[in-house]
Structure formats: C-alpha cells, structure tokens
Write a protein that binds this ligand. Structure first.
Ligand code: ZN
Length: 349
C-alpha cells in the first residue's frame, strides 16, 4: 500500500532548483530516524549511509528539486516578473497558483493573464513570453512586497497539492521526482542491512550535467549508481505509444536504456542485463525505453572516477515538467519492489 500521507508531505515540500532546503530537511530527518548516517553537503545533497555502507557502496539517488520560477523584478505596483528554472512550457504557467518562498515564510500568489474579453483576435493561439507574465500577490507596491521578504532571486514554486484520481492514480506538483524520493525512503526501510548509500540530489532539473548527483557521486565513489526518477508515459490522447517506446501507466517500472539520444547515460550493459534478470526472477513486469530528449542523474555519474556503471529506473508519469503530474500507485509499488531486489542482488557483488 502506498503511504499517501508520506507522498503528500514529499510533494508539498518546496524545492525549486538551488533552493531545496525544505525537502532536504524532510528527507534527512526521515532517513536519520531509520538509523542511516545522514549529512547534507555544501551544495545541498542529502547523503544517507546505511550502517553497512563500505568504501564503495551501491548508490541510489532521486533528485529532490522541482521545476519552478525565480523573481527577476518587482514592479512599482507590487507585481513580480520572473524567470523559469527548469524546462517549462509557458502555456502551463498562465493563471496558475504559486508559492513564493521567503526567509520569513510562504506567500501565495497567482500568475495573472488578460481574460478573453480583452484579448485581440487570434491572441489566444499565441504563447506568451515569460517576460510578459507576472505574479499577482494582491500587493499594492514594491515596498509592500519587499517588506514580505521578497527580493530578486526569491524562488517560486507551484501550488498544487496531492489529489487521488480514479483507478489508483494520483496527481500533484513535483511528482518528478518526489515519487523517486518516496521510493528512496521505502527502500531505506528495508535496506539497513545492505551496503547502500541513498542520496537526495539537488539541481537535476537545471543541468544536463546533473550537478548535485555528480558532486555527491564524486564524494561517495559508489561501485554502482542507480538514478530513481520519472519517465514520460504516453498513454493519453496527445502522445502516441510510438513516441515514448510504449511507456504507459500501470505497466510497471521503466528501465531507461538510453538517455538524451545517447548523449546522456547509456545504461551499463552488465547492469542493464542484471536489472532485467532480477525483474524476471521476481516476476515484476517492466518497460524499456530509449529517450531522445531529457536525461537523469545518471547522465553524468557514469563518467566519474574512470566510469561508474549507471542506470536509471523510472516511475512512468504523465504531464511532467508542468504544474501537475499523474502517476499510478501500482507502478510506484512495483518500482519499490524492483529497487529492493536489485539492492539485495548488488549487495552480493
Ligand atoms: Zn526527474
């Protein structure tokens, strides 16, 4: 059974790239409580070593950051102009509720837009540029906004809490990759006796170099690396099966063979075969994918220390890189099962 209370806690936590403190604190607390030796490094990664972790443990990493925005300018009348942090389609920004995170706390706002009554003919088919969009806090002046603790560089996230949908589906912001964080915590409960290190990484969404994971993997120097992330499910009217290697919800974890048309990670051959064997033996249905655009934390780690065998195991998700995603609980459960079996198998060698 998926722990929806824990999932809600994870997706609600704030974690726009480079501003991951809230989700990092949550992850660290939960891992420490289970008995892992935890730390947060200078860039913000959460590192949790099991009591059995040796010099070169098996590393499982899920990125904690979520796509978001950052304040670029405060207008005289108290509206916020912003930049995007991570890949976001501007069409999903219009009229969204957002959370502005200051040192003093969270402030709520809305991305404003002209109603259709006032738009020029044909304007509705045009995608607005980021520079034309703004956040409305209900404030009246720059002074008032500054008093709230908002300044240039203040991060902004989406305000979209967890809701259950039909047939064991859930929707929320940041499922990419809080679902991975959830899987990491579930793995942690059962991997105390294994030679593993679990890492909540930062700044995955803003770099093909997966900055946080690369730095932590350099320091940890694992013998294997497994990125736990989300991949795009195509089983809805807008995406054909052919576009996404047939990846769909409810069909189990996805083993990513090639990322970013092979400019990202190419799953290590032996590790790839091992993961498929482990899944077959455990009778866990899985999906395979090769991805043209987009990568995971594995994209950089494979290249460190003369080569660390790396692979990404993903939970399929709809609508990632928007303000809301959809995942299936069944896939999350099956991914957990596969990760545990894999951790047990890799513990032997
Ligand atoms: Zn991701």
């Amino acid at each position: 059974m998926t722990d929806l209370k824990l999932m809600a806690e994870l997706v609600d936590a704030f974690g726009v790239p480079s501003e991951e403190e809230e989700i990092a604190k949550l992850m660290k607390e939960k891992l420490a409580k289970m008995g892992y030796k935890t730390s947060i490094d200078r860039i913000g990664n959460v590192i949790a070593r099991s009591p059995k972790a040796g010099a070169h443990p098996v590393m499982f990493a899920a990125h904690m950051d979520e796509i978001g925005l950052m304040v670029k300018f405060i207008t005289d009348k108290g509206f916020l102009r912003f930049i995007k942090i991570g890949g976001i389609d501007n069409r999903v920004l219009i009229n969204q509720r957002v959370i502005v995170k200051t040192e003093k706390g969270k402030i709520y706002g809305v991305i404003g837009h002209k109603p259709p009554h006032l738009q020029k003919k044909g304007a509705e088919s045009r995608v607005p540029e980021t520079k034309d969009l703004f956040i409305d806090l209900g404030a009246k002046s720059r002074k008032e906004v500054e008093k709230l603790g908002i300044r240039i560089g203040t991060p902004v996230g989406f305000d979209m809490p967890l809701r259950s949908l039909q047939n064991g589906k859930i929707s929320a912001k940041a499922l990419d990759d809080r679902v991975g964080c959830y899987c990491l915590l579930k793995l942690a409960q059962k991997a105390m006796g294994l030679d593993v290190v679990l890492v909540g990484s930062v700044q995955e969404e803003v770099s093909v170099f997966a900055k946080g994971a690369a730095l932590s993997a350099w320091n940890v120097h694992p013998r294997y690396f497994v990125a736990v992330d989300t991949s795009i499910a195509g089983d809805h009217p807008e995406i054909s099966e052919e576009d996404v290697s047939g990846v769909a919800l409810d069909k189990g974890p996805v083993i990513t063979l090639v990322e970013a048309a092979s400019t990202g990670n190419v799953a290590d051959r032996l590790l790839r075969n091992l993961v498929m064997d482990v899944a077959k033996k455990a009778k866990i249905a899985y999906q395979l994918e090769v991805v043209e655009g987009g990568g995971t934390d594995a994209s950089t780690v494979y290249n460190l220390h003369g080569g660390i065998p790396s692979i990404a195991i993903c939970v399929p998700a709809r609508y990632i890189h928007s303000n809301v995603g959809v995942c299936a609980l069944k896939d999350i459960e099956k991914t957990n099962e596969l990760l545990l079996r894999l951790a047990q198998e890799l513990d032997r060698g």
